[in-house]
Design a protein around this ligand. Structure first.
Ligand SMILES: Cc1cc2nc3c(=O)[nH]c(=O)nc-3n(C[C@H](O)[C@H](O)[C@H](O)COP(=O)(O)O)c2cc1C
Length: 307
């Protein structure tokens, strides 16, 4: 057996496989389908201060190599999350990352501060793919907006590592990674969904109620491999900030590719809709792959593409 233990900014995981935000319920919803003691961590759905209904249907549709979603951050809001959902994390056999979203700096601050005080949460992940209501710009699409957000949030997160989940919808993801690292990010999640659209050619209607949504699944995987590679080699490696790769990972080969590109951990989202047990198969496949590579631990293979 290979050593799959993984450390993300001091948070120890049994293995590098993480369930992605918004694709596995709040916390324990997949517990009947998957042995949670076999994975490294679960990420909560992104939580906002107020409860949100999200967008009207259709808000999830299929696509030839994945899916498009425009859920719109549907969630019960911070107060109910803490009271009704978080207790289910007690005795969770894997780590829990708390995903934070908001439409203003104050909203991010409120949720991040509450998560910082919650014993069940091991790390705080900022989902910065949200438009700021004061200027309409997405926090995650402009380095200066991301820096301004982190300048406020980072000092309020004192007990937990702060992860930043980057948007892929930028011209230069390395510039965003550098802005996040400058702002104190202790791990980078690369990345969120790709802005996309689908149109019904008979009715001419947009297939998603909101018109546009985010593409995820196998079709984005090679693009995210390139992004992980670039972020790792041009920003994260030197700063010693781990990368959690996320985008279209469906099997152990996809995960291994991410690790060779520079990922310390690998998250899975869309694959859970196809088979919620697939993360456990990825763990087993990585175990055999690390051994075949002649390594004792998975960490030896991080960033080794081309080596
Ligand atoms: C139905 C659905 C809901 C999602 N909800 C969230 C969310 O609440 N917060 C977040 O940061 N990302 C959310 N995401 C994005 C995923 O966490 C992930 O970044 C993206 O799907 C790419 O990974 P994948 O190709 O493995 O699915 C969601 C994705 C899907 C498909």
């Amino acid at each position: 057996m290979a050593d799959l233990r993984t450390s993300l900014a001091g948070v120890e995981l049994a293995n590098p496989v993480v369930l992605a935000a918004g694709t596995c319920g709040y916390i324990r919803e997949l517990a009947d389908a998957i042995r949670l003691d076999r994975i490294g961590a679960i990420t909560t759905k992104s939580i906002t201060v107020e409860s949100r209904e999200g967008n009207a249907p259709w808000r999830i549709i299929d696509s030839p190599a994945g899916m498009l979603n425009a859920i719109g951050l549907a969630n019960v809001g911070l107060t109910r999350f803490i009271a009704e959902k978080l207790p289910s994390a007690q005795a969770l056999p894997c780590r829990l990352f708390g995903s934070v979203a908001g439409h203003s700096v104050a909203e991010y601050l409120a949720v991040a501060a509450a998560f910082d005080a919650a014993n069940e949460i091991a790390a705080i992940e900022l989902n910065v793919s949200c438009p700021n209501t004061s200027d309409g710009l997405q926090f995650g699409e402009y380095p200066q907006a991301l820096r301004a957000l982190l300048a406020e949030v980072k000092p309020c997160v004192r007990h937990k590592p702060l992860f930043v989940k980057l948007s892929p919808n930028v011209g230069d993801i390395v510039a965003m990674a550098k802005a996040a690292i400058d702002g104190g990010a202790q791990a980078l999640v690369v990345a969120n969904t790709f802005s996309a659209m689908a149109i019904d050619v008979e009715s001419r209607a947009f297939r998603l109620s909101r018109g546009r949504g985010g593409l995820s699944g196998p079709g984005i995987h090679p693009i995210v491999v390139r992004m992980v590679h670039d972020v790792y080699r041009s920003a994260a490696r030197e700063a010693n900030v781990p990368v959690i790769a996320l985008g279209g990972c469906s099997n152990w080969r996809d995960a291994a590719e991410f690790i060779l590109a520079g990922a310390t951990a690998v998250a899975m989202g869309t694959a859970l809709f196809i088979d919620p047990r697939s993360p456990v198969r990825v763990v087993d496949g990585l175990d055999a792959w690390v051994t075949r590579q002649g390594c004792r631990s998975v960490g030896e293979l991080v960033g080794m593409a081309g080596a």
